[in-house]
Design a protein around this ligand. Structure first.
Ligand SMILES: [Fe+2]
Ligand SMILES: [Fe+2]
Length: 137
């Protein structure tokens, strides 16, 4: 079995991803008004990215000898679209930090494929934050 700290951090990230795609799916449904249509479409499009991240993490946990455990954050999203964007920019930036730390842990364990994938996911989250920042203005 892989290092327990690595497995725990992978599972924490899995839960962050599941929480994120549930929130984005809901926000894509909740947002109304032509002025926010680009934001709604962005959330709808990002669901698939976050599901892909979650699928990768769940599968990797199993292949490293762990058991994925789901405990997503189901806090209802804010009503105000600008607050949604501000909160989600901060969450995406936190994910960049989390995946950067996971890349370092993976490298220390000699798991080069995982290291590269964590860097790729860090880059995906940085791009999400940047898209949101542009939509926020
Ligand atoms: Fe993600
Ligand atoms: Fe993201």
């Amino acid at each position: 079995m892989a290092n327990q700290e690595l497995l725990n951090k992978l599972n924490d990230s899995l839960n962050r991803e599941v929480s994120t795609f549930l929130r984005y799916m809901l926000q894509g449904a909740l947002i109304k008004g032509a002025e926010w249509e680009a934001v709604r479409q962005m959330y709808l499009a990002e669901v698939a990215d976050e599901v892909g991240h979650a699928q990768y993490l769940a599968s990797k946990i199993v292949m490293l000898g762990g058991t994925p455990s789901l405990n997503p954050d189901l806090t209802p999203p804010p009503n105000d679209v600008k607050t949604m964007l501000q909160n989600d920019i901060a969450e995406e930036q936190a994910d960049v930090v989390g995946y950067t730390e996971l890349a370092e842990l993976a490298e220390a364990e000699g798991l080069i494929d995982l290291k590269m994938k964590m860097e790729e996911q860090a880059a995906d989250e940085a791009a999400h934050a940047e898209n949101m920042q542009r939509l926020l203005g």
